[in-house]
Write a protein that binds this ligand. Structure first.
Ligand code: 3PG
Length: 203
């Protein structure tokens, strides 16, 4: 299956307060065996961090929390390789198509999945995965939607990541557990590397 996240099976969801952390963070993720990151636009530093990483070949950097077409332009100009939204917004999809960047929209209901599939999207972020039923929700959606591929996000942890990934309809898992805010704020990249290593090992 074509993967919008470069074939990665684990996608860290990153909330950075300081773009100067972008390279040390990427170094820690890569050293821990992770080759992809979704850097969110929840902070002002997010866009600068994406831009700072634009030339790295060792990690596929995408943009998360895309809420508007204007943000699609911003992240494409900053060098993002994919875009992730918490929900499905046709305006965001149109701009992604126009700018040539893959979009992984968030879905939480059968209606949203059907709308996304109807627009030609197959790779979908199931959000918030834990709250809407976790693996049971994926099993239920996989019946009527055999073409949908999910990236569960929200409440994914080392305890359940491998169970999610074992389902044929799951192309990746995403979450923040290997990039906790306190480690980022303290500049504790050794801990992020260790958490990344454990996340990869758990699979
Ligand atoms: C998000 O986009 O915030 C993700 O779903 C992360 O969820 P988590 O913090 O529960 O891993």
């Amino acid at each position: 299956m074509d993967s919008p996240v470069g074939g990665a099976r684990i996608v860290p969801v990153v909330v950075l307060q300081d773009a100067a952390s972008a390279h040390p963070l990427a170094d820690a993720l890569v050293a821990g065996g992770i080759r992809c990151a979704e850097i969110t636009l929840r902070t002002a530093a997010g866009l600068d961090a994406i831009d700072a990483l634009r030339d790295r070949q060792d990690i596929v950097v995408g943009a998360g929390t895309i809420l508007s077409p204007e943000q699609v332009d911003d992240v494409v100009d900053a060098g993002a390789r994919f875009a992730v939204s918490p929900g499905f917004d046709p305006r965001v999809l149109e701009r992604c198509l126009a700018r040539g960047i893959p979009l992984v929209p968030g879905v939480a209901t059968a209606t949203e999945i059907q709308q996304a599939l109807g627009r030609g999207l197959r790779h979908l972020k199931l959000f918030p995965a834990k709250q809407i039923g976790g693996l049971d929700a994926i099993r239920a959606f996989a019946g009527p939607f055999p073409d949908a591929c999910f990236m569960p996000s929200g409440g994914v942890s080392p305890a359940n990541a491998s169970d999610y990934l074992a389902h044929a309809a799951v192309f990746a898992v995403s979450g923040s557990w290997m990039v906790p805010s306190d480690a980022l704020e303290a500049g504790d990249f050794t801990r992020i590397e260790e958490l990344s290593r454990r996340a990869v090992a758990a699979l």
